[in-house]
Design a binder for this molecule. Structure first.
Ligand SMILES: O=c1ccn([C@@H]2O[C@H](COP(=O)(O)O)[C@@H](O)[C@H]2O)c(=O)[nH]1
Length: 288
């Protein structure tokens, strides 16, 4: 970074603090923006770039004042090529303009030198793809994520590291190691990273599925010690309920940001339908 650039950088609170404030004000829900071809068809749209934009901007408009965050699924933009990625850029900009935090669900991870480029793309001011936070895959080693961890801290952005994913196949990697499991090590590494942050939530979150059942107890993973936000997919279309979330996360439930995509998106394309589904999901989470 050129000398003096830090002084010119716009002031931004740490992502963990911004997310904690959003969750306190609006509740613990992130709405996923997953423009699957089938959903586009259900909304009466074609599977093309114009429809991708209409779908994405409709979701942002509908939920921006209700949800703590929105989470565009990058793969569903990538499948439309460079024009799809341009729609993603405009979707992230629309979320920022509407005052809702964004989580780019990109699941990036690579050797450190390449990771620095991913960090630049998703976390550096001035990048058209910069989001408030990005999901990361730690399976090249947690420390390989260092460029993203450091850039996120520098720019007041955040990361969510895959720890215990919501899909059944995740166990074959994440549960390995018994008492010293891969998932436990990832949680421990995130806890260390969050020591650099003040406030109730650090900016290094974990992805922990709502569908993992008793894995936290089985693997002795202490999510409270992480002191970071816990992005929990699996609600709705994957079968988990708010009661499952409450039972699975126990004392860590206050740090959970539940995320639902198809379960809410199926209520579109009307703004009223999307808002009602979002509110119903939120009410369930708040009552749990
Ligand atoms: O463990 C994980 C990590 C990410 N996801 C993503 O979340 C959404 C879930 O969509 P639903 O329609 O609510 O099932 C999707 O983008 C996944 O890629 C996940 O499900 N599990």
């Amino acid at each position: 970074m050129p000398e003096g650039a830090a002084a010119q950088r716009p002031a931004r609170e740490a992502f963990g603090s911004r997310l904690a404030a959003a969750m306190a004000a609006r509740g613990p829900l992130c709405v996923g923006i997953d423009p699957h071809p089938g959903l586009l068809a259900d909304w009466g749209l074609n599977d093309d770039v114009a429809a991708l934009e209409r779908f994405s901007l409709t979701v942002v408009e509908a939920v921006a004042s209700l949800a703590a965050a929105v989470k565009p699924q990058v793969a569903l933009y990538e499948r439309h090529g460079s024009a799809g990625m341009a729609v993603l850029e405009r979707t992230l900009a629309a979320a920022a303009d509407a005052g809702v935090l964004s989580i780019a669900d990109a699941k990036r991870g690579d050797i450190g030198s390449t990771m620095a480029a991913y960090a630049d793309a998703w976390l550096r001011d001035g990048s058209a793809l910069a989001a408030d936070s990005v999901t990361l895959s730690p399976y090249l080693g947690f420390e390989s994520l260092r460029p993203a961890l450091d850039l996120a801290a520098e720019y007041g952005r955040g990361v969510f590291v895959l720890a215990l994913t919501s899909n059944p196949e995740g166990k074959s990697v994440q549960h390995v190691g018994g008492a010293d499991s891969v998932a436990r090590r990832i949680a421990a590494a995130a806890a260390v990273e969050n020591q650099r942050y003040a406030g109730s939530l650090g900016s290094v979150g974990l992805v922990v599925g709502a569908t993992i059942g008793s894995a936290l107890q089985d693997l002795d993973v202490d999510l409270g010690a992480v002191r970071g936000p816990l992005l929990a997919p699996g609600l709705g279309a994957q079968g988990a309920t708010p009661a499952d979330l409450r039972a699975t996360f126990g004392n860590a439930y206050p740090s959970v940001l539940a995320t639902s995509s198809r379960g809410i998106l199926a209520a579109g394309p009307s703004l009223a339908g999307l808002r009602a589904a979002t509110q119903e999901t939120l009410d369930g989470l708040l009552a749990a």
